[in-house]
Design a binder for this molecule. Structure first.
Ligand code: DLL
Length: 432
């Protein structure tokens, strides 16, 4: 099986050497060019010169989404705006998104790390890859597109939705590689069957590259069976690059981290102490080649563990295990990140509804669905179809603007939702 880059086969010592050199460069870059980091380092009593070994990284303060929120939109950018050639964004915890930027070189790095992941998944220039992630501010689609093209695959930028058309194109273009979330891939297989097309024998898929949301081994087995494919998983995050942080090879022993571009640590999310290899904890990532937005020790909030033992595939890079959960309350709805605080922000800004609400997350077939019960303030409103419809539409469209997804809204009688006696349990996730 081909390995895209020699950088994936370096000795552990060589990897650490490269990481340290690039880390030092990145630290100097942010210290000199991002006043926010300069102050943050000063407050922590540390300067780039104090970092003398790779292990000294832990002396540096962690970065969180809150830091990005406070400096919205461009406060953590380390280059002037005229060096930015691309913007993307992901969900913030409130109404404003988290904005990320890329220089020309950042895009080059992005293409490279995706090319590696695509190769791990089996993709070559013989393949036709259909991207079902949404093209737009989300990093998933554009990120994968460029790297797949670098490998030489023929990309079909289908974007999200239009499920029946996706199947038609898969059939007519003889798509061999499916790119998307695992839940949408299952939905697609089901839809093909409903259309009277056997996904295994009447379509041409060989590979699935899935990511953007968690999945289980059971789900992989279902996907492989339904499509007759080899599926691999990949992981990433907008703040760090988008997809491309890590990807799975066909030894299926975890996702290889592109360690010449990212340093990974695992911390205890409560004490914030760095944990030894193999421990389960929160993943912290420091990108070490990013020019536009080099975040230092970014708290991903994702729970996993690391393994640097040799892999059967011949790559020497550390592998991260499947994400088993998050340390915050972020929900992932069909690959879209949703914070309950975003929903609350919208609801509390709408006249005519109370402050009590309940969010329910469920599966409809293989797809995620979010339903929100909201109390109206005035009982009489429930008697007027016109007013009710207006209110419903207002809530629906404001939530769609902020979340980027459609939620099912149920307007209910005043004081009909259960009141909590302690911490309000606003979210019921019925998916697991
Ligand atoms: O989801 C980037 C991406 C796109 C990765 C497409 C892979 C494929 P964000 O929208 O910023 O970026 O969401 C990042 O999604 O912190 C995880 O909680 C979750 N996530 C991403 N990949 C996986 C995965 C993209 N393979 C957040 N398993 C992350 C579990 C994942 N969770």
């Amino acid at each position: 099986m081909k390995i895209w880059s020699d950088k994936e086969k370096l000795s552990r010592e060589e990897i650490r050497k490269i990481q340290f050199k690039r880390l030092k460069k990145t630290l100097n870059h942010v210290y000199e060019n991002v006043p926010y980091y300069h102050e943050k380092f000063t407050a922590a009593g540390v300067k780039p010169v104090d970092i003398r070994t790779l292990e000294d990284l832990r002396l540096l303060p962690l970065t969180t989404k809150e830091d990005l929120r406070q400096t919205y939109p461009f406060g953590l950018f380390a280059v002037p705006k005229n060096k930015i050639v691309r913007y993307h964004a992901s969900s913030g915890t409130t109404g404003k998104p988290t904005v990320v930027g890329y220089t020309k070189n950042d895009l080059k790095v992005w293409r490279e790390v995706i090319a590696r992941i695509a190769t791990m998944g089996g993709v070559t220039n013989q393949d036709t890859a259909q991207i079902t992630f949404g093209f737009g501010l989300f990093t998933g689609a554009f990120g994968l597109q460029q790297g797949l093209e670098k490998v030489g695959a023929g990309v079909i930028p289908m974007s999200s939705g239009n499920t029946q058309k996706q199947i038609m194109i898969m059939q007519d273009f003889q798509t061999t590689t499916l790119i998307g979330t695992p839940s949408y891939a299952l939905h697609l297989a089901e839809t093909a069957t409903e259309m009277g097309i056997d996904p295994k024998t009447e379509l041409f898929l060989k590979y699935g590259l899935f990511g953007g949301e968690g999945s289980t081994e059971e789900m992989r087995a279902k996907l492989n069976e339904a499509w007759g494919i080899i599926s691999t998983e990949n992981y990433g995050m907008s703040e760090l690059i988008g997809p491309g942080v890590s990807g799975e090879c066909q030894a299926f022993k975890g996702m290889h981290i592109n360690e010449d571009h990212f340093i990974a640590e695992i911390i205890d999310p409560n004490t914030l102490e760095v944990l030894p290899e193999g421990s389960v904890g929160e993943l912290i990532i420091t990108p070490i080649t990013k020019e536009a937005l080099p975040l230092i020790r970014y708290r991903t909030k994702d729970i996993t563990k690391l393994d640097t033992t040799p892999c059967d595939c011949g790559r020497t890079t550390a592998r991260m295990a499947k994400i088993t959960g998050r340390t915050d309350d972020m929900l992932i709805i069909g690959g879209v990140n949703v914070f309950p605080s975003q929903i609350e922000g919208v609801l509390l800004g709408i006249k005519g509804i109370g402050s009590n609400y309940q969010i329910r997350v469920m599966k409809k077939g293989y797809l995620d669905r979010i339903e929100i019960d909201v109390e109206v303030i005035n009982q009489d409103l429930l008697l007027s179809v016109t007013l009710l419809d207006q209110l419903y539409k207002e809530i629906e469209s404001k939530l769609h603007t902020i979340l980027g997804i459609h939620a099912g809204i149920h307007l209910v009688e005043p004081k009909s939702l259960a009141r909590s006696e302690g911490k309000a349990k606003r979210v019921i996730d019925m998916r697991s």
